[in-house]
Design a protein around this ligand. Sequence first.
Ligand SMILES: [Fe+2]
Length: 294
Amino acid sequence: MSKVKVFRLAYVDFYSKNADIMVEYYTNAMGYRISEEVDGITYLSNALDHHNIVITPSDKKGIRRYGYQLDGKLTLEEVQEQLHVLGINSIIKVDVKPAISRLIELQDPAGNTLELFTEMDQTNVGFGISGVVPHKLGHVAFYAKNFQNTIEFYRDALGFDFTDKIGESFANFLTCNTEHHVLNIVASDETRLHHIAFQLKDASHQYASSDILAKQGYPILWGPSRHTAGHNIATYHYDPEQNVVELYTDMDIFIPELGIFEPRPWHEELPLKPKVWESLSAWGTEFVLDLAKV
Ligand SMILES: [Fe+2]
């Protein structure tokens, strides 16, 4: 029987103290479109999926849950059984939210709530025609308590591959597809979002996005610069609730069959394999955004 395999991050569901302003940010600045509003919760799409961003009104901010799509080779009952064998409790939920009729709800060792599903209804809202309009939601980075157990959970239970580290225990990068990272797990004594990241089409899109964001009151906090781990060219800004948002392009492509990244002219060594990096920027750009204080 196949092993449990997640293959993409499909959506992030935010708690929001100022839901109207967050929805305005995602529609006007980021170019997402509202696909549905149910019970005060807003579901936003970037073209095809019913939702990639969810804004849930609350008296707190932060992450409510992360949604990952499974490869569909196993039924949810079979996935649940494999998780159970690894000592991981989960619940199958039916008709509890729009567009995903059946899902598995569970918690990772850091305490994040995850939803695993095989099918999401599609929408016809299409890509936005103004704002940033990224290609897609690409990755999340979060501070994690129990971070070693959390890394093992994503690798052993959900089928992620380990790619790079920055420092021996600072940032830990994992992927569930060919992109350098879908997850970045940062060692901490508490669990909370570090940043959420969206993929752009190219460097010119990055410049245009910075203009759009600045004009709408979202200044760039760091970048553009090329990271070491992943080699993505990145900029960072705050959303209206000071969640850090990264826009990136040019991320390394992982070839799991070879255990290397596709060669690029800017790679420090060839072939480039998963490794431990000492710094954040391949260009020597000082990282002045102190995420620990966010
Ligand atoms: Fe990132």
